[in-house]
Design a protein around this ligand. Sequence first.
Ligand SMILES: Cc1cc2nc3c(=O)[nH]c(=O)nc-3n(C[C@H](O)[C@H](O)[C@H](O)COP(=O)(O)OP(=O)(O)OC[C@H]3O[C@@H](n4cnc5c(N)ncnc54)[C@H](O)[C@@H]3O)c2cc1C
Length: 338
Amino acid sequence: MVDLHSLTTFGVPATADTLIHADTPEILLSALRTAHGANTPWLVLGGGSNILFTKHFSGTIIRNELHGIHIVEETEHHVIIDIEAGENWHTIVTYCVERNWSGIENLALIPGTVGAAPVQNIGAYGVELREVLVSVTGYDIPQDTIRTLSNEECGFGYRNSIFKQELKGHFVIMSVRLQLSKQPQLRTNYGSVEMLLKHIPIAERTIRDVYDTVILIRKSKLPDPAQIGNAGSFFKNPEIPSTHAHEILAEYPSAPIFPLPNGKTKVPAGWLIETLGWKGYRNTDTGSGYAGVHSDQALVLVNHGGAQGKEIQDLAESIRKSVWQKFSILLETEVNIL
Ligand SMILES: Cc1cc2nc3c(=O)[nH]c(=O)nc-3n(C[C@H](O)[C@H](O)[C@H](O)COP(=O)(O)OP(=O)(O)OC[C@H]3O[C@@H](n4cnc5c(N)ncnc54)[C@H](O)[C@@H]3O)c2cc1C
């Protein structure tokens, strides 16, 4: 039995039968073939920043530790790079910003690996990975072959992709190809980013300015997993019919709702949770008191030190129930619960 508690950002107690560090494609493929052939449960783990273990994992954890960056094509306008899946996402963002390659600067400081980034189509501050992703290459387990999926084939949506749907448990991402621009069109329309940049004239703003601003905002808003266990946003922001949103507005005229191009309306899950008084809650009455809701960010569930994964899961369920009872909205979890 192996201890996994330090391999996830929630830091809850977690164990599995076996742990394999896959730092070469051969080790990765061999581990996957063995587990698949023996019909043993397996899971590929990246940085563990979007996972909550709630019980012993009776199978093999394969830690993706493939490293490397290769330039595939470079012109005066753009650069195309292949990045191995085990690279740290933020390190790659910094690497690109240092070279003045634009496209992912808004995604600075998102924890985790490059290989997990397409799984939920990571997004922040008005940008999603799918906007720069050319293709994904990985191991197709049932077909026992390495194949490449184009951007369209990845089926990207809001915090969603084919890797969370049809290919879940069938495909392991080994590398990601991105196209970045050498003639940046900075994306600063996200409220807080624009506000902090407004002292710099638009024509003088750089990729580095956006990168630094995003880091500044994230450090001031989001709890650092090194200080307090968490996995970022626990729930997705729900999209509801506009008639439903207007019913909420009738009761809460200042509710922050956002009409979407698809005709639906986005309601921040954090606002729903905060409105119901969960912000800063700790499960002292029902459990150890170590599972809670962050005191500044209602969307972030936290481990104050000694919480079990099951306690965080139970807390998430209580929050879902209360949001359903009050607003008739069923929150969907963003974190993978095992
Ligand atoms: C403080 C904090 C802030 C965050 N902010 C954001 C944010 O702004 N935007 C955002 O989108 N997310 C955010 N997240 C969530 C998280 O960082 C991302 O989802 C990240 O991409 C997860 O990467 P990981 O390597 O840690 O994945 P893991 O947690 O290790 O794995 C996540 C899932 O992907 C699967 N997986 C991992 N690697 C592979 C692979 N190579 N092939 C196939 N499947 C794989 C795993 O099996 C699992 O199901 C945040 C998390 C934290 C802790």
